[in-house]
Design a protein around this ligand. Structure first.
Ligand code: GUN
Length: 291
């Protein structure tokens, strides 16, 4: 029987633990605070940010939300980030990506105080992660590690094929999995759009992580029996329903499930974990700043 890994349930357990930590901090007079900044009118980004704010409320984190007109100059965003850097009630700052084209996203990531960079995207935090002493693990890669752990999938000595080389998922996840650590010690192959014979690389893997942003690109024919499949993809595809779209992953779930020993669904797999690990990093940030 293939195990369908329940990301909602794992995320709920993580939130339960966090509620305890948040209460302990509150007893010490610390109210954990997360600021989200949105400079976009993209409906998907608006939805993601409002879900993050709702998550905060649900676990007892003080959420602050700042919206900036997407047509405003880049300085407006930089001023907001500078104010949040200086605000002692704000322990974590998340600037929702992407920002408009006239804003240099790398400058924005550099502007966030690395101690408050709960995304883990600041170059200092990227460097620390690569060197093996991450301050904050980026939320999606950390969520993937937690899901593997929840399904008792050993990474030590495992062949893991990561499909996708983004700065948000593929690269940090490959770095984390290869590290000398309990949830690392894997042999990692990183594939991308220019990879020759992708199916050969996915078929040789004990674990396949799909994070390429192409709807249902990985199907059962590309997998060996008994593979663990983690689907990071969230793709909106046209559908004949009320919303006019549905969410599908980077994996063709039905055919992959025939081969996999364990697989994450979309939605309800990696997505809830990304959100839970943001709360985790925010609580960690509060502990570091107030400790
Ligand atoms: N846009 C898509 N994913 C992310 C994320 O993890 N963090 C931020 N800040 N923006 C995103």
């Amino acid at each position: 029987m293939t195990e369908v890994i329940d990301g909602d349930a794992v995320a709920e357990r993580i939130r339960d633990d966090l509620r305890d930590s948040i209460e302990t901090l509150a007893d010490e007079g610390v109210e954990v605070g997360l600021a989200t900044v949105l400079m976009s009118d993209d409906p998907a980004s608006e939805t993601y940010v409002s879900m993050k704010q709702r998550d905060c409320e649900e676990v007892g984190i003080e959420g602050i939300h700042v919206e900036i007109d997407p047509d405003a100059p880049a300085e407006d965003l930089h001023e907001t980030v500078a104010d949040l850097n200086d605000d002692p009630d704000v322990h974590g700052i998340l600037v929702q990506m992407p920002v408009p084209d006239h804003v240099d996203d790398r400058e924005v990531l550099r502007a966030v105080d690395p101690e408050k960079d709960v995304d883990g995207f600041h170059p200092e935090n990227v460097g620390r992660l690569v060197a093996g002493h991450a301050r904050y693990r980026p939320c999606t890669p950390h969520g993937v590690q937690k899901l593997l752990d929840s399904a008792d999938v050993e990474t030590e000595g495992a062949d893991v094929t990561v499909v996708g080389r983004s700065n948000i998922v593929g690269k940090p996840l490959a770095n984390l999995l290869v590290q000398k650590a309990e949830d690392g010690n894997a042999t990692v192959t990183v594939c991308h759009s220019r990879t020759d014979d992708l199916a050969a690389k996915t078929r040789q893997a004990d674990v396949v992580v799909a994070a390429c942003g192409v709807p249902e690109m990985i199907d059962g024919s590309m997998l060996s029996e008994g593979t663990t499949v983690i689907d990071v993809g969230v793709n909106r595809v046209d559908a004949d329903n009320e919303k006019g779209y549905e969410l599908v992953g980077d994996v063709d779930f039905e055919s992959a499930k025939e081969k996999a020993s364990a697989i994450t669904p979309v939605p309800g797999g990696v997505g809830p974990m990304t959100r839970a690990m943001l709360l985790y990093n925010t609580v960690k940030a509060a502990g570091r700043q107030e400790g």
